[in-house]
Design a protein around this ligand. Sequence first.
Ligand SMILES: Cc1ncc(COP(=O)(O)O)c(C=O)c1O
Length: 389
Amino acid sequence: MSTAGKAQIPFVDLKAQYQSIKAEVLPAVTKVLDDCNFILGQQVKDFEQAFARYCGVDHAVGVANGTEAIHLALRALGVGPGDEVITVTNSFIATALAIHECGARSVLVDCEADSYNIDPILVEKAITKRTKAIIPVHLYGQPANMQAIMDIAKRHRLFVVEDACQGHGAYYGDKRVGSFGDAACFSFYPGKNLGGYGDGGMVVCRDKAIADKLELLRGYGSVKKYEHKEKGYNCRLDTVQAAILLAKLPHLDDWNTRRFKAAQTYATRIADITQVKGPKVVNNALPAGRVPHVFHLYVVQVPRRQDLIQAFTQENIQCGIHYPIPIHLQEAYRDLGYKRGDFPVAEAAADRILSLPMFPELSVDQIARVTGVIADVYGRQPVATRRAG
Ligand SMILES: Cc1ncc(COP(=O)(O)O)c(C=O)c1O
């Protein structure tokens, strides 16, 4: 069937957002070009300070992308060959790649069924003499169980590096993600809740010594031009990206609130489609304005997923799967020795999850169209009938 005439509902509408802030972004970019201050210009410093303050920590170091943020954070904490780092199997591959990049071994564990986040009970069971760090991932924009993770880390004297690449601005209790671990890592990939117009990343931390080490590592290991204290990297946040991100940061809380409201609208409109399991906000007792799940992705679980994907395609609606193959079943990680069946919660979810369109500008009409297609595929069951049954 043709999609002709049906307006596309994109998965993420970067154009809509750009139009709404063009007047702020363009002068910021022009200033960098006029000043020709391309490498570690003033805007990088300004954005680092603004983002550190936003996260509720003292230090931030801008780097080239989120993967390198995790890699350099682990290096700055002294993680290296022979060490094990525990993380969750249902993350984006970059979490494991960063561990591998510093010579350590990824020890994977399963997720919790409701939050899709790392299961703290399994983390504790996976600890060995070689364990050096834990990387909880705030997957889809919902904070991991940081209280349990920090308790475990304290008891076993382990570092915690938050992978906050999907969690910009989310609150856990009265603090934002990024302020719990020894370091926390963000990606500013264009589709993120705070995204640049190219690659970018950031490590935030409370300890100045770690921040100093990160600055050294991102800049060829040099303290002074042409004097190299360490074997570092060329891994800096670009000044143009920093200027764009600085212009976008004041909008982030509003965008996150709009994502949260869109998620509530989705939840209402799929409530009577009993075959569809919506996302669960596990930590929602927060004062108004503090968003406990920033819905980087709105992920549902469905049976017969391919039927729904096909129906969306016919209606010109984009969707995605995050992620179809857990890390332990990726060919690239065959060497870790895991097999199907090792992490049943993540494996079962991988076969059923589907990410629906989600962005701050998503309208109620667009959500109605998306959920209308879902209802056509699975049918609605009146709530009263279900209760009676
Ligand atoms: C959970 C997670 N970790 C790490 C990354 C890596 O970030 P980047 O793509 O900026 O390297 C991403 C981003 O895609 C991510 O979603």
